[in-house]
Design a protein around this ligand. Structure first.
Ligand code: PGA
Length: 268
């Protein structure tokens, strides 16, 4: 296992643990700068074999984060959303092309908060996945079911449909660039609770059967913390973690990165 850099990430197979955070709508420029400065300093002193860190700031902090990273190529930056069209009359939107220009290497697509509050649909996720791939960026497709879907026993069917819709029409090579994050809605945020190992096994068995080995990685997200990260990573087919609140403080992110680097999966 090796740490990959931004230049080789696009070619790298599914052989690292992807451990990243989205800051959601948090952090002004000073906080963003301090966080990235702390992270680069930490990574210059710490070896994390087999782990690929990534950070997804708000649009406003992306170039600040990029400038602060400088030549530190082991951290990939992303955006939390991007429009599929390259340019045009889309007031308030930012295109994949613009995100790339500003330093993004990853495009988060279809987070449940965007599906719930901003009208993201399976079709718009498909358009965005395709645009990200056209620009050589890594789509990070988020999928996950609500508590209602889960209690109706329809989790697998629901998440496989979300994934199939967003990834339809891709070549095997394109699919090989995609990261999928399974994030059950009931597990996300301050009102969420982490999925148990028992709850994670069936969806990851299904995702593994469908996408294991053919995508760049299958991540778990939703209330990941320093107490559960190791168990989450131990689930079959899980090859990464997508972390919110725990990683908004640099120390929390560092701890999760260390847990991943110490995991047997990072040292295959
Ligand atoms: P959380 O967020 O870790 O704060 O639950 C996860 C996510 O929304 O990806």
């Amino acid at each position: 296992m090796k740490v990959i850099d931004a230049a080789t990430a696009a070619e790298s197979p599914e052989d690292v643990l992807w451990v990243g955070t989205s800051w959601k709508m948090n952090k002004g420029l000073a906080d963003a700068r301090a966080y990235i400065r702390g992270l680069t300093d930490y990574l210059s002193r710490t070896r994390l074999p087999g782990v690929q860190p990534f950070v997804i700031p708000s649009f406003t902090a992306l170039t600040t984060a990029r400038d602060e990273l400088g030549s530190e190529a082991t951290i990939l930056l992303g955006v939390q959303n991007a429009h599929w069209d390259d340019a045009g009359a889309w007031t308030g939107e930012v295109s994949v092309a613009q995100a790339k220009d500003a330093g993004a290497r990853i495009v988060e697509i279809g987070h449940s908060e965007r599906r719930e509050h901003f009208g993201e649909t399976v079709e718009t996720t498909r358009l965005k996945v395709s645009a990200a791939l056209d620009h050589g960026l890594i789509p990070l497709l988020c999928i996950g079911e609500s508590a209602e879907v889960k209690s109706a026993g329809k989790t697998s069917e629901f998440i496989l449909e979300q994934a199939a819709g967003a990834l339809s029409g891709l070549t095997a090579e394109q699919l090989g660039s995609v990261l999928i994050a399974y994030e059950p809605i009931w597990a996300i945020g301050e009102h969420g609770r982490p999925a148990t190992v028992e709850e994670m096994l069936p969806p990851f068995a299904d995702l593994g059967r469908q996408y294991g080995g053919s995508t760049r990685g299958l991540l778990y997200g939703g209330s990941v913390n320093v107490d559960n990260a190791r168990d989450m990573l131990s689930i079959d087919h899980v090859t990464g973690l997508f972390v919110g609140r725990t990683a908004w403080q640099l120390r929390g992110y560092q701890q999760i990165l260390e847990i991943a680097a110490a995991h047997p999966k990072a040292n295959r």
